[in-house]
Design a protein around this ligand. Structure first.
Ligand code: NAD
Length: 483
């Protein structure tokens, strides 16, 4: 494991970034940050409280008075500098992510960091071309920054979720207070330094670490915060909305998912099944839009089972620092325990376990290494088909007709991602149009950073990324009689 001091000055963990400076918490309170590899603490993180939140919100409020009026060119240049610095510091960011949440280093380098950088590049592109003012008849429509935004992020894609929110908010002309996940704080602290070095003026970007119930809810309740955007669990998303309600602030929620992957009968199974397994297990299954329900024609079930288990059995799970590792450990103990509980629930439900199962991966006596697990003959009403597991657990659900497949795909409280596999693009579109989810992928396309992302149903409210991601942070003003 890379030592924390190789990645970040351990003192940074004890500081917040407020009003352009690294400051100590108002009251000293620290919690250990635990490595998912060793299960040992690797640093002590300062946990803020309402006094720290007040200071950060005040700085953001002051800065909003002039940052909201900044030229589009200024925001474009600053975002480009942030983007350039992410690329320049990509190795230390990748090491930080690997250390804080156990991502395989090859995956952190290839996906976690470059995709995070893409959000910044996209936001700079959007800001340079966005029609902030349009006039029709005598009426002008202005899109103006909403104000001070509190941004709450999770541990699973720690930097990526941060850049998706921060870049869009800054592009819109908002000022921000970021509260990253207390379980994976390293890349956020490196990002704060990088924002500082990119020349973001004081007060525009602020960071306070702490727990959800303390710092998160203080931000949600704060009367000087105009908008709160949270990516996290449904539990936290609901609490944030409830806490925010009395001050009528805008609430954006990016929450959980249980995304379907519909294999149409004409799909190229030899290709589509391994890709489906690998995307369900990507990031150790800790992705909100992971396609964790593979919905397959019943008469092809045994073929799918054979390909899927061969794919899973070939995955290298191990030390995230080793180049050949595909999946590292689960990011934290609570999540590891949740995955174990859900594997037990799957076994008890009578689903057919093709591979994996309870306990750690063979050869590991410590570290949160879960076994890539596939259940087949799953039915839609089983808990493993309904609840987000957030680990390397895939459910294979057989269907009889394409109508049934669509019904199964939609039989969930969630509606975040969805996938369709087919060799007939017309048929694929037909199914994609009928799935109630915010982003549908046909045949595993390349990542599109401009494609809006967000949830139908209980997966959330609002959209991130691209144009719509920036629009989240804008108010609309009409000036009638503008001429
Ligand atoms: P979590 O809800 O435990 O924590 C997310 C963030 O919310 C953390 O910063 C946490 O401190 C904060 N928080 C927790 N309770 C809070 C409260 N009462 N008030 C304010 N803030 C609070 O989630 P997690 O375990 O970090 O992340 C996993 C969850 O995130 C999964 O459900 C996953 O699907 C979801 N997620 C969604 C998306 C998306 O874009 N839709 C992306 C990634 C993760």
């Amino acid at each position: 494991m890379s030592a924390v001091s190789n990645v970040i000055d351990p003192v940074a963990l004890r500081r917040f970034y407020i009003d352009g400076a690294w400051v100590a918490p108002e009251e000293p309170k620290f919690v250990p940050v635990i490595s998912p590899v060793t299960e040992e603490p690797f640093g002590q993180l300062a946990m803020g409280g309402s006094a720290d939140v007040d200071k950060a919100v005040h700085a953001a409020r002051e800065a909003f008075t002039w940052w909201s009026l900044s030229l589009v060119e200024t925001r474009f240049e600053i975002l480009n500098r942030i983007h350039a610095l992410i690329l320049e510091r990509k190795e230390s960011l990748a090491q930080a992510i690997s250390l804080e949440m156990g991502a395989a280093i090859s995956f952190a380098r290839a996906s976690q960091v470059p995709l995070a950088a893409e959000h910044v590049r996209t936001a700079s592109e959007v800001v340079s071309e966005y029609p902030f003012l349009s006039v029709k008849g005598g009426t002008a429509t202005l899109r103006e920054p909403i104000g001070v935004c509190a941004l709450i992020t999770p541990w699973n894609w720690p930097l990526y979720q941060i850049t998706a929110k921060v870049a869009s908010a800054l592009a819109a002309g908002c000022t921000v207070v970021l509260k990253p996940s207390e379980l994976a704080p390293l890349s956020a602290l490196l990002f704060a330094q990088l924002v500082h070095d990119a020349g973001v003026p004081r007060g525009v970007f602020n960071l306070v670490n702490g727990s959800g119930p303390e710092v998160g809810s203080a931000l949600a309740a704060h009367p000087s915060v105009d908008m709160i955007s949270i990516t996290g669990s449904n539990r936290a998303g609901v609490l944030v909305a409830q806490t925010a309600a009395p001050t009528v602030k805008r609430v954006a929620q990016e929450l959980g998912g249980k995304s379907p992957n519909v294999m149409l009968p004409d799909a190229d199974f030899a290709k589509a099944v391994p890709l489906g397994v690998m995307s369900a297990f990507r990031n150790v299954g800790q992705s909100c839009s992971a396609p964790t329900r593979m919905i397959v024609p019943r008469d092809r079930l045994s073929e799918v089972e054979a390909i899927a288990s061969a794919t899973a059995n070939a995955i290298v799970v191990g030390d995230p620092q080793e180049e050949r590792t595909v999946l590292g450990p689960i990011a934290n103990e609570a999540q590891f325990n949740r995955v174990q509980t859900m594997i037990q629930v799957g076994i008890e439900s009578g689903a057919k376990m093709l591979c994996g199962g309870l306990g750690r991966v063979e050869g590991f006596s410590r570290g949160f290494y879960a076994r890539p697990t596939i259940f087949s003959e799953v039915t839609s009403h089983m808990r493993i088909a309904q609840e987000e597991i957030f680990g390397p657990v895939l459910c294979i659900i057989p269907y009889d007709t394409v109508e049934d497949a669509i019904a199964i795909a939609n039989d969930t409280v969630y509606g975040l991602g969805a996938h369709v596999q087919t060799q007939n693009i017309e048929a694929g579109r037909g199914v994609a149009y009928r799935i109630r989810a915010g982003q549908v992928h046909i045949n595993h396309p390349a990542f599109d950073p401009r494609a809006p992302f967000g949830g139908y149903k209980q997966s959330g409210n609002g959209r991130e990324y691209g144009v719509q991601g920036v629009e989240e942070f804008l108010e609309i003003k009409a000036i009638v009689g503008h001429g």
